[in-house]
Design a protein around this ligand. Sequence first.
Ligand code: ATP
Ligand code: LTN
Length: 332
Amino acid sequence: MSDKKLIFSGIQPTGTFTLGNYIGAIRNWAPLQEEYNCIYSIVDMHAITVRQDPVKLRQNSLEAYALIMACGIDPEKSIAFIQSHVKTHAELNWILACSTQFGELSRMTQFKDKSAKHADDVNAGLFTYPVLMAADILAYNADLVPVGVDQKQHLELARNIAQRFNQKYGDFFTVPEPYIPKVGAKVMSLQEPTKKMSKSDDNPNACILILDDKDTIIRKFKRAVTDSDMEICYREGKDGINNLMTIYSAVTSKNYEEIEKEFAGKGYGDFKIAVGEAVADHLQPVRDNFTRLINDKAYLKECYTKGAEKALRISQKTVSKVYRKVGFVDAR
Ligand code: ATP
Ligand code: LTN
């Protein structure tokens, strides 16, 4: 690897990615490949912190891998792998868990939300989820982590874990910085625009999936919840319209002022169709790439196998050094 800065990010294979995942995270991954060394992972070990159907999880993981490639991740430029293929993540997870406090994990809002949602299965993995995320990042000594704003708290914790380890054992880990987009860091649900758009929402009209066809996308936007006002403008309290403006801005690169001008005097109906069309057209190449890739399982396998080999080589070095630092006897 050259001495460019290093990027790490991950996404859970918990279903087809939403427009939120795309705008908030994945679409920012491909352009970073030009300037940085990038490592991207399908984090299947994180996914099992909530109950998954094994058959579906396997399929979702392959699809997620194909999807990040469809969004422009080039396995020649970046390292792209499936988390469970690289054992060092679990190894480092344990070491870092011993530098993480119960109290700080208890404050994580994702844990609070998910344990309320899955009250019948508040397992230890759900609680220690952010430690594994810290291990993902620190195993490669990543400098920057591109994520949506909902992951900021987890990243703060990863920074604290790194700093605490460095204090205990001597400077070692790079303290990672979040890399959060200016527009679209939190895309909201189309049905409840005060809630984030999420893959695991039970209402199919709440989120746009990046593989939805054009008609479905337009239909979902037409049904999007707005307000009883008439004006297309970005203002406090207009959560639904603000969200549609954010989405439109993210896919057209127009700023809010330009959008307000474009739709001055027009109704919400016209605006919703325009947003739907812009999103569908923007996502068309992703859908085409995905169809091609998912039908070439041999190529996918070749890519994720090579990716895992490269990731293991790098992270193994980190883990060996960490084992020495904490005082484990050399195995060889
Ligand atoms: P789940 O619903 O299964 O928890 P999720 O949709 O929240 O999944 P993740 O796999 O947890 O998706 O997140 C992948 C990336 O997408 C993260 O960087 C996260 O910050 C980002 N992301 C998720 N939802 C949104 C959203 N609504 N807006 C912007 N970014 C988002
Ligand atoms: N928790 C993240 C997914 C994730 C991740 C990571 C993101 C797991 N490990 C490392 C960035 C870096 C989420 O999006 N829910």
